[in-house]
Design a protein around this ligand. Structure first.
Ligand SMILES: *Cc1c(COP(=O)(O)O)cnc(C)c1O
Length: 422
């Protein structure tokens, strides 16, 4: 079958051998899947999910049973006091923006301790000038880089002892940076360190790509508020859009009143018929994340065998669903990305070209032949066209589609290598 789909026999053998070498890692991923599946099902039972949760509301969206049940489920899964899960969030970046604008007031100080935040937040914070930024309202910002892929305890201590910080943002997944993603163990240690110095600081986590990768979530290690997207992990490939914020009740209320309006908060916001998809998405999410993880583990092993630098390695601990392949060559990055597009179910005939995507500073190549536009829990690959030309590979709703995607990409990559050797 693979050969019929245009994959060389030798490549099929290589990938199958790599797959066998990953069996121990696959088993660990399956164990996490069991735990998270039980977490989800238990919460469905406890909150009595029933068919009337699938009904939609329109207009103001008062008394939306499905929406309220979904928020209870997210609250349970994250062990949070409250949750805001809405289709009115355009994206993860929008939810992060709502959260920051909800928590910060003029003269307040925002501190990022995981280096520069995700690219789309540059204009939100005012790192890049924008007349609507937090900076334009007088919100101050400072950032401290990671050192050796961990927090810079010394600098953090010095800074928060000398300055009154309102919110500390920690971005767990690496975004388009070259650093490693941050494990919950590291997050737990730094939070208790910070809270000993100043217990009033609000710890906000950008949790994009990290949900259900382990058996714990950030609130359980002391975070106050956590944000993520529904077109990534927890949407399970089914939620058509939206994002979530979970955490302390008082903070969720502030976020709800920023998303909707002061005085109405969580009480309004029509679900417009997406409740069933959000519920089905969270139901399938543990499995989709498992398929994604297996795909990235296999990719890591195959590309390492071929001599490329990869991060994480196939047998390293994973904290998100993102796999980096460091190509150090723009053409290899582009060809690999094109392979993922060609292997996709949707738009397989589209040819990936680099483009100036809104919110990003470098040109970006992006393969996303997905059912939901831009969805990256579906098999997808992207990367900014800048040194060292890293591919960020993530997703796949099933392992078999992911495995085929890797074959297709590696085949294109090998052709490109042949071409440049000649
Ligand atoms: C994807 C992502 C976001 C938000 O992205 P959207 O595309 O706006 O949903 C924010 N932070 C990180 C680390 C991400 O990976």
């Amino acid at each position: 079958m693979y050969e019929e789909l245009g994959i060389n026999k030798s490549l099929v053998d290589l990938v199958n051998n790599c797959e066998n070498a990953c069996s121990k890692q696959f088993k660990l991923v399956d164990e996490i899947c069991t735990i998270n599946s039980m977490k989800v099902l238990n919460s469905f039972h406890k909150n009595r999910v029933n068919e009337s949760c699938f009904n939609e509301t329109t207009g103001y969206g008062y008394n939306d049973l499905g929406r309220e049940t979904i928020e209870k489920i997210f609250k349970d899964i994250f062990k949070a006091e409250d949750a805001l899960v809405r289709g009115q969030f355009i994206s993860g970046s929008h939810a992060l923006t709502v959260c920051l604008f909800a928590l910060l007031r003029p003269n307040d100080l925002l501190l990022s301790i995981s280096g520069k935040p995700y690219d789309t937040l540059d204009e939100v914070i005012g790192i890049k000038e924008n007349p609507s930024s937090l900076k334009s309202y007088g919100v101050k910002y400072h950032e401290i880089d990671l050192i050796n892929d961990d927090f810079d305890y010394e600098k953090i201590k010095e800074f928060i002892s000398k300055n009154k910080v309102k919110v500390i943002e920690i971005q767990r997944s690496k975004g388009y940076s070259t650093r490693k993603s941050i494990s919950l163990d590291k997050v737990e240690k730094i939070i208790s360190f910070i809270k000993q110095i100043d217990n009033d600081i609000i710890i906000m986590i950008d949790n994009c790509y990290c949900e259900f990768v382990s058996d714990k979530e950030p609130i359980e290690v002391g975070a106050d508020i956590v944000v993520g997207s529904l077109i990534k992990n927890l949407g399970g490939g089914i939620a058509p859009n939206g994002a979530y914020i979970v955490g302390r009740k008082d903070l969720i209320n502030l976020c709800a009143e920023r998303l909707t309006l002061p005085g109405e908060g969580k009480e309004v916001g029509p679900s417009l018929g997406i409740n069933k998809q959000i519920l089905q998405g969270i139901y399938l999410a543990p499995n989709a994340i498992t398929a994604s993880l297996k795909t990235t583990i296999l990719a890591s092993k195959v590309l390492e065998e071929l001599g490329y630098e990869v991060e994480p390695r196939y047998n390293s601990e994973r904290v998100d669903i993102v796999q980096n392949i460091i190509f150090k060559d723009p053409n290899k990055l582009i060809e690999f990305t094109r392979g993922i597009q060609e292997a996709s179910a949707i738009d397989s005939g589209a040819v990936v070209e680099a483009w100036d995507m809104p919110g990003y500073s470098d040109k970006v190549v992006m393969a996303s032949g997905s059912f939901i536009q831009g969805s990256s829990i579906e098999l997808s690959c992207d990367g900014p066209l800048r040194e060292p030309y890293i591919a960020y590979l993530q997703g796949s709703l099933t392992y078999d589609y992911g495995k085929f995607g890797i074959m297709k990409s590696v085949q294109k990559l090998l052709k490109e290598v042949e071409k440049s050797d000649r």
